[in-house]
Write a protein that binds this ligand. Structure first.
Ligand code: AMP
Length: 394
């Protein structure tokens, strides 16, 4: 039975976030609503979740010793990974010592590396995936491209959001793809996955929440990616009954295999009635930000409720909705958003500004949310609002 005590006292229920970006910020807010004491961690100061947490610690999530030291100091009831790049072997060890990792330490470990999750999905669970080969050096990589065939997608096994990812469309792209992968991975040069290019009709994130009363799947989220990074998402994505059935089956199998309580973003490619598993995040998904306007309980509220061990008897879906990422480009620690009265002049529009302290290159700083009678109208409304937004780089 879940009990929640008074924050900042000896009976507090404490949650520690590993990663404090915009998704962690929303999880922190939802935990605060339950009176949970929230500790936010990230490698830089004033990260979004730190701005709404009780306190924070600054260190690299990949530094296992620092992670252990902070956890031993804070003794959280829940350790909540918000990013992929964490010293996951430390989490596995801490779990053995009695700490609770959301959803499980092995889920964080397996999904940190594309190889772990791909082998679990394709080889252990027999889920449909694109053809794939792993390679550690250029020679094996060339052979891998031959085995998988052109076109194919090349990604560092330790990467996300399109970093180090490229598509080999012709022979001439092979060498370039290898160099891109060696420069863009999280851990620098290293192992890559060569995946068959899936010529999908559309791609979805099936948000799936495992909680004390069972597993609940949300309306499928459709999304557009630019260079492997999400720019727009919408809910519900229309799907054939056969495709939705297959997607549910895949999501159930992969989330059961990972276990624990919390929300998962199961990414899949759909072609006709065929559904191909791509990857899964055992945590809120960026494309799922649309649920902040489309549902009574957002993916963040669901994550908080599930990880606290509480049941989710139902989720109310309000209707067609869209989200549009606000990506800022520049080199500054002063960004000002203007013309907001115009951005918000239409009914059914909301904006979230994450409060990120700086940008060097391009970075997601906020999101526009919209609802309407249809997904197309919601997307168009989000676009109209976005076009009115003024971004001043000072
Ligand atoms: P990922 O980081 O694996 O989620 O990839 C980012 C995005 O790249 C996906 O959402 C797809 O739009 C695209 N992508 C990744 N893998 C493939 C693939 N095998 N075939 C076609 N598109 C892909």
């Amino acid at each position: 039975m879940t009990e929640i005590g008074t924050p900042l006292s000896t009976v507090a229920k404490r949650a520690l976030l590993c990663g404090s970006g915009e998704l962690g910020k929303e999880v922190a807010i939802e935990l605060q609503r339950y009176g949970v004491e929230v500790i936010a961690c990230d490698r830089y100061e004033n990260a979004p979740a730190m701005q709404v947490a009780h306190r924070s610690h600054v260190f690299s999530m990949l530094d296992g010793e620092a992670l252990r030291a902070v956890i031993e100091q804070e003794k959280p009831d829940h350790i909540i990974p918000e990013v992929e790049a964490i010293a996951t072997p430390t989490l596995v060890q801490l779990e053995k010592e009695g700490y609770h990792v959301t959803p499980t330490a092995s889920a964080a470990l397996l999904t940190m590396n594309r190889e772990g999750i791909r082998r679990l999905a394709a080889e252990t669970l027999g889920l449909p995936t694109s053809k794939y080969v792993f390679a550690d050096n250029y020679e094996d990589f060339r052979k891998g491209v031959e085995t998988v065939g052109i076109p194919c997608v090349v990604k560092p096994v330790m990467s996300s959001s399109g970093h180090g990812q490229s598509v080999v469309k012709t022979e001439a792209d092979i060498e370039k793809a290898w160099h891109i992968s060696q420069e863009g991975g999280r851990a620098g040069a290293g192992r890559v996955i060569v995946e068959g290019f899936v010529n999908f009709d559309y791609e979805i994130t099936l948000l799936t929440v495992r909680h004390s009363a069972g597993t609940t799947m949300l309306q499928p989220v459709g999304h557009h990616q630019v260079d492997g990074d999400y720019r727009e998402s919408w809910q519900p994505q229309a799907m054939s009954p056969k495709a939705i059935e297959k997607a549910h089956d895949i999501a159930k199998k992969i989330t059961d295999a990972l276990g624990g309580y919390g929300i998962f973003g199961v990414e899949m490619f759909i072609k006709g009635d065929e559904v191909i598993f791509s990857e899964v995040s055992p945590r809120p998904h960026d494309t799922g930000m649309v649920t902040m306007i489309s549902q009574d309980l957002s993916e963040f509220a669901l994550h908080a409720r599930a990880l606290l061990g509480l049941p989710i008897p139902s989720v109310r879906f309000f209707g067609p909705s869209a989200s549009k990422a606000i990506v800022v480009e520049g080199d500054t620690d002063k960004v000002v958003f203007g013309n907001l009265d115009k951005v918000l002049e239409e009914e059914g529009v909301q904006i979230r500004l994450f409060g990120k302290p700086e940008v060097h290159g391009h970075r997601r700083f906020g999101v526009i949310l919209a609802t309407d009678e249809t997904v197309e109208k919601a997307l168009a409304k989000a676009e109209r609002a976005y076009n009115k937004l003024e971004v001043k780089i000072l």
